[in-house]
Write a protein that binds this ligand. Structure first.
Ligand code: SAJ
Length: 415
């Protein structure tokens, strides 16, 4: 295969690992971001996010000379868009970063290029990308309106699991949806350079919908586990035991209840489906509400456990949205600390999160919340609330825990 060049717009949790993996697969990559501090870090070979194996791979990619970072795009063979697609305040998708990315790459497009959107997006977004490109570049023939377009445009959703991104970015199966069949073929040719997983071709809308269906499926299933947990509590039954026993049935696989669903994917993407067809997604909407109610339920449980204790010191273990990552985005653990700090007469809350150096702004505002190391927290706390199942917390000997413990992830079940 001849040498190819690529521009990756958005060097976040997906874009940076993607840019690094491409560079290590002999693609000459230009990684683009609007955050100058992030660009400086990357140029020095320092990973601005914690993801297993990323730091080492980034060092090798920079040393190879095939990865440069910049705040502007340049001509290339392939353009990949990996920018955030957050929710607006009214829970509708905010596509402004995708639009900005399109504006950034438009002047650099040449006939023969392929443009691939990887950001999780509502159905119809890839068609919008084409429309925005047409507005910016009326000189180009663009799909799907032209049968032999100058530019191929496709959607290939990222499907990697935080914590395993570097492995899955090459090994995961890919779904590639083209605005035309040729668009899909052309994007697939690009992914075959570095992907070892199977590649399935479809339409852009089907690929967009498939990605959202995957995360909504997970959300609904976690909601079922969380609902079971709140049901079992008043009935006086141990939900973990119920799930363990139910899962012995060959066709039952209940997930784990927890303090809520966080991160920027499972907690967000189902709303894209609700927004796309509000009258047709009652289950998906309800699952979101069930999972979003968990932090308040956990706080109510903590308050119940602390009843009678005078100004207790509470150690909260974990702030990230899930185990072994540093990502605090939409983390239920952060929400729980925020609620606890403002709502209960606790003397001190020790936040233990080995993956961060400073508390997020929402917790800094509370004078009674302190970021502390695990040893100190366990030595001094009257109560321990386990919020994230980091490996380091799993290794704690339950015998050293104080009398009041709430294990929201069930890691010390046999205690
Ligand atoms: N969680 C539970 N109970 C469980 C499983 C998860 O409470 O049994 C919670 C986690 O603690 C976390 C949240 O759900 O707060 C989401 O975690 P996750 O591990 O289920 O998913 P993400 O957000 O890390 O990654 C998901 C993945 N999607 C699916 O598994 C269908 C990943 O493959 C996607 O690439 C990613 O979303 C994404 O970027 O869209």
């Amino acid at each position: 295969m001849s040498a190819v060049t690529a521009v990756v717009v958005g060097l976040g949790y997906i874009g940076l690992p993607l840019a690094v993996s491409l560079a290590l697969a002999d693609v000459q990559v230009r990684g683009v971001d609007i955050d100058q501090l992030r660009l400086n870090e990357i140029a020095r070979g320092r990973a601005p996010i914690h993801e297993p194996e990323l730091a080492d791979a980034l060092t090798r990619a920079i040393a190879s000379g095939r990865l440069i970072s910049s705040n502007d795009a340049a001509p290339a063979d392939a353009f990949l868009v990996t920018v955030p697609t957050p929710l607006d305040i009214d829970r509708t998708p905010d596509l402004s970063h995708v639009r900005d990315a399109v504006t950034l790459i438009a002047p650099h497009l040449r006939p023969g290029n392929v443009v691939i959107l990887e950001s999780t997006s509502p159905p119809g977004t890839t068609e919008l990308v084409s429309r925005w490109l047409r507005e910016a570049r009326p000189d180009l023939r663009l799909p799907p309106l032209c049968t032999e377009p100058d530019i191929h445009i496709a959607y290939c959703p990222e499907r990697v699991l935080p914590g395993r991104i570097m492995a899955e970015i090459t090994s995961a199966d890919r779904i590639i949806g083209g605005l035309t069949n040729e668009c899909a073929q052309s994007a697939a040719e690009f992914y075959r350079r570095f992907c070892t997983g199977r590649i399935a071709l479809t339409t852009a809308r089907t690929a967009e919908m498939t990605k959202l269906a995957e995360n909504a499926f997970r959300d609904v299933n976690i909601a079922f586990a969380n609902e079971l947990a709140s049901l079992c509590d008043p009935i006086g039954v141990d939900v973990r035991e119920v799930i363990e026993l139910a899962n012995r049935h060959p066709r039952v696989q209940v997930l784990s209840p927890g303090p809520g669903v966080g991160g920027h994917c499972v907690a967000v993407d189902p709303w894209f489906l609700v927004a796309a067809a509000p009258d047709h997604a009652p289950l998906i909407r309800q699952a979101r509400l069930v999972n979003d109610a968990r932090p308040n339920q956990i706080v109510a449980k903590v308050n119940q456990l602390l009843e009678g204790a005078t100004e207790p010191t509470v150690a909260c273990l974990g702030l990230s949205f899930k185990a072994n990552v540093d990502d605090l985005r939409s983390s239920p653990a952060v929400e729980i600390l925020d609620l606890l700090a403002s709502g209960h007469p606790v003397a001190k809350i020790y936040a233990v999160e080995p993956h961060i150096d400073a508390l997020p702004a929402v917790l800094v505002k509370h004078a009674n919340v302190h970021l502390t190391d695990l040893e100190h927290a366990l030595d001094t706390a009257d109560a321990v609330i386990l919020l994230v199942d980091h490996d380091v917390f799993r290794a704690i000997n339950p015998a050293v825990l104080p009398a009041i413990v709430l294990d929201t992830r069930g890691i010390w079940a046999e205690r």
